[in-house]
Design a protein around this ligand. Structure first.
Ligand code: ISE
Length: 333
């Protein structure tokens, strides 16, 4: 029988999860959708046969027709919804961040630890991107020697008008924090945020350069530029002792004209990470009957928020900020 998923949040990412669940996955069905905006709910319900709309997200979580939950609502609602899932031990895939608050992340970890099994997955989908996976595998094989430096680029076309300087870190750079930890298998010991000349096309400090110093001395630099205008552009290059590993995001079609060769850039993350989102959801769904944890854990969600919080301090002070983490519970390996 298909696993029945309840979706909380019908905005950009909620709608994308609904689309992937209903068009690209097997063994799964969307049974419930909740969002304060009834029109958004209706739009998803119309295209997903058998799905029901819920006004109250907690009612959706508790409904017997929902086997597992996806949380894609605004960031500050994540913690309470995840806790409601933990209350009844219902598996949940929560979009990043687990919570913008370190204390809330620790509360989630405490509750999950008390259950002694992983119930929470955090949607850091780059861990399922074929490019980053190969980067990690090639590094781990050892042929290129030790990692020294990781260069990251994270550019969005244009940020929404409500974007603040802090959101470049909490909304965008958290992905670099998570993927650097994933690829390098190291924790961050110190973070600095540099503020280059500001783009006149942005209302806030944009771009920003985030520097992560990892436990083993690797330095990660990440350019975060959310009003880059020309396209959505996320890439990375890992410099090792005997070579480099660079991502070249997939571009199926190139055209040649007027002495130029061109290819299209995506306009946002949904197209760039389409394979990653699909693989993440399928892996999560496949693991549900086994009760196994896949993808980023609540611990990973906590660490990303803790490093982002230190980065916010550095943005405010202009100085490097040390990252101090809680001790890692045995549940998270
Ligand atoms: C957005 O919220 C995402 O999560 C995207 O993956 C990221 O690239 C973008 O910068 C964020 O705004």
């Amino acid at each position: 029988m298909a696993i029945r998923i309840g979706l909380i949040g019908a905005g950009v990412m909620g709608a994308e999860h609904a689309r992937i669940l209903t068009t690209a996955l097997s063994g799964v069905q969307l049974s419930a959708v909740s969002d304060p905006d009834a029109e958004r709910v209706a739009r998803i319900v119309e295209t997903c046969q058998g799905a029901r709309g819920f006004a109250d997200p907690v009612e959706l979580i508790r409904d017997i027709t929902v086997d597992a939950v996806i949380v894609a609502s605004p960031d500050q609602t994540h913690c309470n919804l995840v806790l409601a899932c933990l209350d009844i031990e219902k598996p949940v895939l929560c979009e990043k961040p687990l919570s913008p608050s370190v204390e809330e992340c620790l509360t989630v970890i405490g509750r999950e630890q008390a259950l002694a099994r992983r119930i929470v997955t955090v949607g850091y989908m780059r861990r399922f991107d074929p490019g980053y996976i190969e980067m990690k595998q090639r590094l781990d094989q050892g042929e290129l020697g030790a990692a020294l430096v990781m260069h990251c680029i994270h550019r969005n076309v244009a940020a929404p008008s409500f974007t603040t300087a802090q959101m470049l870190i909490t909304n965008s750079a958290v992905h670099e924090i998570d993927i650097a930890r994933f690829v390098l298998s190291q924790e961050v010991s110190q973070v600095s945020v540099l503020t280059p000349r500001k783009s006149r096309l942005s209302n806030v400090q944009d771009p920003q350069i985030m520097l992560l110093e990892m436990d083993d001395g690797v330095v990660v630099d990440a350019e975060i530029f959310v009003n880059a205008q020309y396209g959505y552009d996320v890439s990375a290059e890992l410099v090792c002792e005997k070579g480099t590993i660079a991502l070249h995001p997939p571009n199926d079609v190139r055209w040649k004209h007027s002495a130029r060769e061109s290819y299209a850039l995506p306009s946002d993350w949904r197209a760039r990470f389409t394979l990653a989102y699909r693989a993440e959801l399928q892996a999560w769904v496949d693991a549900l009957p086994r009760g196994a944890g896949v993808g980023a854990s609540a611990w990973d969600g906590y660490v990303a928020t803790a490093v982002a919080t230190a980065a916010l301090k550095s943005l405010a002070s202009g100085r490097p900020t040390e990252v101090k983490l809680a001790s890692r519970p045995a549940l998270y390996g």
